[in-house]
Design a protein around this ligand. Structure first.
Ligand SMILES: *[C@@H]1O[C@H](CO)[C@@H](O)[C@H](O)[C@H]1NC(C)=O
Ligand SMILES: *[C@@H]1O[C@H](CO)[C@@H](O)[C@H](O)[C@H]1NC(C)=O
Ligand SMILES: *[C@@H]1O[C@H](CO)[C@@H](O)[C@H](O)[C@H]1NC(C)=O
Length: 256
């Protein structure tokens, strides 16, 4: 598997767009969540043994606790020593609660070791995303840091393909932003390209966003597809608040 993951701090991310090349032939170990990338603040840090560190430990363990194993989205805060720690996780709309929980546990472990003194971090897996900060981000659209991933295979007719991709992605985003009452802000949609090829699209927002904010966030990630994945057989753009992905093979579970 020839894949490259680049990390960076929040400080420099607005200037850059990280693109990771993922082979579609990635052999996934089914029991382990598939790590994509993470970003840890290097300009906003806390000292060892500080109150924030103990709040963060509490926050991460409550996100990963058995009490949250029955949900695919959870947000919480811990305010032990003055400054508040805010955190949330969201799992991809089609993963089981068991896979979701495994992913969240893995995400908290990895952040604890890789982002040891960061006051702010986000981590993305195929199956889930998790983030925390000392600043509230609930119900707000955050578009940085962002991550672009592309499937390196080229498309035969890029111009017509990209038109179909944007049309289908826009429809998927409309569905995701305005789900039926009580449903998550998640949608998938397929489009036939030709007799033999189908385009598979997925869009998701964190459920704390309003329909308008969700759609606005999705417009951002969809617009970035042009930049990251023009003419490619697959691609994704991930923001902390929403993400999209497309492939020429089914990569999500469809309800029976
Ligand atoms: C979760 O986020 C919502 C806003 O989206 C907020 O009203 C609620 O208080 C948060 N829950 C916790 C435990 O912080
Ligand atoms: C979060 O931490 C940064 C860096 O230590 C600090 O400048 C900022 O004021 C903090 N935010 C809040 C809401 O306390
Ligand atoms: C998709 O929606 C964006 C606005 O979010 C618009 O600019 C663009 O033209 C639309 N593309 C297609 C193909 O419908």
């Amino acid at each position: 598997m020839a894949s490259m993951v680049i990390m960076a701090s929040y400080k420099i991310i607005p200037l850059l767009f990280f693109i990771t090349f993922l082979s579609s032939a990635t052999s996934d170990d089914e029991s382990q969540p598939t790590f994509l990338s993470h970003a840890c603040s290097s300009d906003k840090t806390f000292p060892a043994n500080s109150a924030f560190q103990s709040d963060l430990t509490t926050l991460l363990s409550s996100l990963a606790s058995d009490n949250t194993a029955n949900t695919d989205f959870y947000n919480t805060t811990v305010a032990g020593g003055g400054e508040t720690a805010y955190g949330l996780f969201m799992c991809r709309g089609d993963v089981t609660l068991e896979v979701c929980h495994q992913c969240v546990v893995e995400a908290t472990k990895r952040l604890t070791s890789d982002c040891q003194f960061s006051k702010e971090a986000v981590i993305w897996y195929d199956e889930c995303m998790l983030r925390y900060s000392n600043t509230s981000f609930f119900s707000t659209v955050d578009t940085r840091p962002r991550l672009g991933l592309l499937n390196t295979g080229n498309i035969a007719n890029p111009a017509s393909f990209m038109r179909l991709l944007f049309t289908t992605m826009n429809e998927t985003a409309d569905l995701a932003a305005k789900p039926a009452l009580g449903e998550k802000k998640y949608a998938t949609k397929e489009a036939f390209i030709s007799g033999f090829q189908t385009l598979y699209c997925l869009a998701q927002c964190t459920p704390d966003l309003s329909p308008e904010d969700c759609r606005r966030c999705l417009s951002g990630v969809i617009g970035d597809l042009n930049w990251c994945c023009d003419g490619k057989q697959g691609g994704r753009v991930l923001y902390p608040s929403c993400n999209v992905r497309y492939e020429l093979y089914p990569f999500y579970q469809t309800p029976a």
